[in-house]
Design a protein around this ligand. Structure first.
Ligand SMILES: [Zn+2]
Length: 681
C-alpha cells in the first residue's frame, strides 16, 4: 500500500457519500476552483438535521508535502461511516470504541471533513517535488523562470494579523514572508486571496453550527491550541489582536509587553479536549503527543487555527470555534513528512482514535442553558408556542425576588430578573446573562442585531448579578439587572405617546455550544424576549396602543397580523387603525402607512367602520386577521384602540395578543397588551 493520490482522495469522498452511507453523509462541493482547475469536495457526517446541533470541522492537506493528512481523514471517514452503518464498535491498536459511542457521535454531532484542501500542491509534491509546501498560484510576471516563485503558503494566508509586518515586533522570530519567491512561507498578495483558503472559510460561513476545528499537519507530534501570535493571557482583554495600540509589539515569547487575550474557560475547554485527543492517541501504540500553545513552536500570523478562533471576536454574530493544529508524525523517521506506508498506517490509526475521542469529549462536556420562552418551554428548539409575553424575564418595581412581571414605575429604579435553567447534562461553566431593552413595541426581533446592539433604541440595563461560575444539570439561577429612573423615563414613555419597551435576554455558557447564532428567539434556546405592554385603564375610556410590525431584516413585502381578543370581556370595543399618520415613535424610521384600502391585501373576522370620523377596522371576533402591504426591510406602524364599557372593575386584568406571521406562514413575532382595570379618580 502507498499514499492515496489526489484522484483517489476525491473518489473516496464520493463513495463515502453514496448509498448506503447517504442516509447520514452528504458531499459538499466547494465553490472555489483551484489555480490548476481542480474542484474540491468536503463531506458532512451526521444523522439528523435541524437546530441545536454541534459542528466539528477536520481539515487536512493544506501543506502539500504533508501527504498523510488526507489519508488519515479518509480513513477516519470510512471507519466512522462503516461502524455507524453496521452498528458496530471500532478497535484501533490498543484503543476500542463501543458501538454506542460511535452511534452517539453521528447522532449528536455534525462532522465536516475537508481532507484535501490543496490538491494542486499535493499532486505536485507527490509527482514532482516531494518537499513542496505551497499551493500552485502562478509566479509573478518576470519570475516565471524561478520555480520557487510559484504558490502561496495557505496556512499564512488567512485573515488573522495577515499583514504581519504591521502587527509584529520586527525582532519576532516569525516564520512568514512577503516575498513571492520564498520557497515555503509566502503569505500571498492579500488576506484570503487563495481559492484554497476561501474554501476552508466557506465551510465555517456556511455551517454556523461549527464550534470546533482541527487542522491536521505534520510532523512534530504536537496538539497545539490558541494562540499562535504571542503568549496567552486571561487577565487583560484590552490587550488583543484587534487593538492597534499594540501594533509592532507582538510575537516576542516570554515578555509581558504583549500577550494575546484568551478567555480562561475557553482555554480550559481547549486543553481538556486536547487531553482526550492525547490519551486516545497514546492508547493505540504508546506515542505521547505534546499539548502546548501554538506559539511554542514559533510565532505565526495568518494561520487557520488562530483565524478560526478569532472569528467570533471580530464579529460577535459568528459562532465561537475552539481551534487546534494537530501535528501528526514520526519525528525520528529519516523522511518525517513521508514515513513509509507501514509506519503511516500506524499514525493513521492513532490519529483516527484521537479524533473519535475528541468528538466523544465534546458530547461529554456539553451543557445546555436556556431561558424559557413560556412556562411550557422545555428547551427544545424550535419552540412553537407563544414566545413573547410569558418568558422567564420579569420586571419588578422593588427588588423582592418575585418572578412575576409588573409594569415599571416611573421616577424610581426598577429591577429585571432573568431566570435561567440548565438542561444539562454537564455542569454549565462560566454562565453570563446579557439584556437589552428595546425602545419600541416591535414584533419581530432578530438575533444578533437586536440582542447585541447598544444605540438610541437598544438600551443596556445595569448588571447587578449576571455571572455564575457553574450551574449543575437541572439547576436554575436568577440574573438581576436594574433600570435607572432615567432609563425608565427613556423607555416607558407611554404617557408621552410612545409604547413600552421590549426586553431581550441572552444566556451564554462556556460549554454551552449547542446554539449557534441564529435569526429568531424560538430557534435558539439561549434567547428570550418579553414584549408586553402593561397599562391601567378606567371603564369607558379609550386607550391607544401603537406598535411596529416588520423588521429591518425582513425582506418580505407583506405582513399578516393575527389578533386574539379572547382575554377581553365580550362588550369591550377593539379597533385597529392601519391608516394612522401620527408619529408615535420618534427616532424610528417607519414606512408611511399605505393610503386607503390599497395597503390591505385581505382581512377576516373584522369589519371596516368609522370611528371619530376616521376609517378603521373593528375587531369583534375572538380571533381575526389582516394582511398588510409593507416595504421590504422596513417597519410599519399600526395602532390598536381599546375601550372597556360599563363600570369599573378594579383588579381585573385583560389581554389582547397580536402575532405577526411571515410570508411562509411562520409566527415571527408578537406583542401583548395587558390591561389592568382601575377605579375612576
Ligand atoms: Zn503543515
Amino acid at each position: 500500500m502507498t499514499y492515496l493520490n489526489v484522484n483517489e482522495v476525491e473518489s473516496a469522498l464520493v463513495v463515502a457519500s453514496s448509498p448506503p452511507n447517504d442516509l447520514f453523509t452528504q458531499l459538499i462541493p466547494l465553490p472555489h476552483m483551484t489555480w490548476e482547475g481542480r474542484s474540491v469536495n468536503a463531506i458532512k457526517i451526521g444523522n439528523a438535521t435541524g437546530l441545536g446541533r454541534i459542528g466539528v470541522y477536520f481539515l487536512g492537506g493544506i501543506h502539500s508535502r504533508e501527504w498523510g493528512s488526507s489519508d488519515i481523514l479518509i480513513f477516519f471517514i470510512e471507519q466512522l461511516a462503516q461502524a455507524y452503518r453496521t452498528n458496530s464498535g471500532l478497535t484501533l491498536g490498543g484503543k476500542t470504541f463501543t458501538a454506542a459511542q460511535i452511534q452517539s457521535i453521528v447522532n449528536n454531532l455534525d462532522i465536516f471533513v475537508l481532507p484535501q484542501a490543496n490538491p494542486d500542491g499535493r499532486n505536485f509534491s507527490i509527482t514532482v517535488d516531494a518537499m513542496w509546501r505551497k499551493n500552485r498560484r502562478l509566479a509573478p510576471t518576470g519570475d516565471e523562470g524561478n520555480p520557487s516563485c510559484v504558490g502561496v503558503d495557505i496556512n499564512r494566508n488567512y485573515d488573522f494579523l495577515w499583514n504581519y509586518p504591521v502587527y509584529f515586533n520586527s525582532a519576532a522570530p516569525i516564520a512568514n514572508s512577503t516575498n513571492p519567491c520564498d520557497y515555503q512561507v509566502y503569505i500571498g498578495p492579500a488576506a484570503a486571496s487563495e481559492p484554497e483558503t476561501q474554501n476552508v472559510v466557506y465551510i465555517m460561513e456556511r455551517f454556523p453550527q461549527i464550534r470546533f476545528f482541527i487542522d491536521l499537519h505534520s510532523y512534530g507530534e504536537d496538539i497545539l491550541y490558541s494562540w499562535g501570535d504571542d503568549d496567552d493571557q486571561s487577565t487583560n482583554s484590552v490587550m488583543n489582536f484587534q487593538n492597534p495600540a499594540f501594533n509592532g509589539l507582538r510575537g516576542i515569547s516570554g515578555d509581558t509587553t504583549y500577550q494575546e487575550y484568551i478567555e480562561s474557560c475557553d482555554k480550559a475547554l481547549a486543553i481538556g479536549l486536547a487531553n482526550d485527543l492525547q490519551s486516545a492517541i497514546q492508547a493505540v501504540r504508546g506515542r505521547t503527543y505534546t499539548i502546548e500553545q501554538s506559539l511554542s513552536l514559533y510565532p505565526t500570523a495568518g494561520t487557520s487555527d488562530d483565524y478560526a478562533y478569532s472569528r467570533h471576536l471580530v464579529d460577535s454574530s459568528k459562532s465561537k470555534i475552539i481551534s487546534y493544529t494537530l501535528e501528526w508524525g514520526s519525528p525520528a523517521n529519516p523522511t518525517p513528512f513521508h514515513p513509509g506506508y507501514a509506519e503511516m498506517q500506524q499514525i493513521i490509526q492513532e490519529v483516527t482514535a484521537g479524533l473519535i475521542e475528541f468528538c466523544l469529549g465534546i458530547i461529554a462536556r456539553h451543557a445546555d442553558v436556556y431561558i424559557k420562552d413560556n412556562a411550557d418551554d422545555t428547551g427544545s428548539v424550535p419552540y412553537s408556542g407563544v414566545f413573547w409575553d410569558n418568558s422567564d424575564i420579569f420586571v419588578r418595581q422593588t427588588d423582592d425576588n418575585i418572578l412575576l412581571s409588573e409594569g415599571a414605575l416611573r421616577g424610581q429604579t426598577n429591577y429585571i430578573y432573568v431566570h435561567v435553567t440548565n438542561l444539562g447534562p454537564a455542569v454549565t461553566q462560566d454562565v453570563g446573562i446579557t439584556l437589552r431593552s428595546v425602545r419600541y413595541a416591535g414584533t419581530e426581533f432578530v438575533y444578533p442585531q437586536d440582542w447585541k446592539s447598544i444605540d438610541a433604541v437598544h438600551i443596556e440595563p445595569s448588571a447587578i448579578n449576571t455571572t455564575f461560575s457553574g450551574i449543575p444539570g437541572g439547576g436554575t439561577v436568577i440574573a438581576k439587572f436594574s433600570l435607572s429612573p432615567a432609563q425608565v423615563e427613556t423607555l416607558w414613555n407611554w404617557e408621552s405617546g410612545g409604547a413600552h419597551p421590549c426586553l431581550l435576554a441572552e444566556v451564554a455558557g462556556c460549554n454551552d455550544f449547542g446554539s449557534p447564532a441564529d435569526v429568531h428567539v424560538w430557534d435558539n434556546n439561549n434567547l428570550a424576549q418579553r414584549n408586553i405592554t402593561i397599562v391601567t385603564v378606567q371603564a369607558d375610556t379609550w386607550i391607544t396602543f401603537p406598535f411596529l410590525v416588520g423588521s429591518k431584516h425582513n425582506p418580505g413585502d407583506t405582513v399578516e397580523l393575527i389578533f386574539d381578543r379572547k382575554g377581553l370581556p365580550e362588550e369591550a370595543e377593539l379597533h385597529l387603525d392601519v391608516f394612522n399618520r401620527t408619529i408615535y415613535f420618534r427616532d424610528i424610521k417607519t414606512a408611511a402607512p399605505g393610503r386607503g384600502y390599497k395597503s390591505i391585501v385581505a382581512y377576516e373576522g373584522m369589519e371596516l367602520i368609522r370611528h371619530n370620523r376616521r376609517q378603521m377596522m373593528s375587531l369583534h371576533e375572538p380571533q381575526s386577521k389582516i394582511i398588510l402591504l409593507k416595504r421590504p426591510r422596513t417597519l410599519r406602524q399600526v395602532v390598536l384602540l381599546l375601550r372597556i364599557p360599563g363600570r369599573d372593575k378594579p383588579g381585573e386584568v385583560y389581554r389582547v395578543r397580536v402575532a405577526q406571521v411571515n410570508a411562509q406562514g411562520l409566527v415571527v413575532g408578537g406583542v401583548t397588551l395587558e390591561v389592568h382595570a382601575t377605579k375612576k379618580d
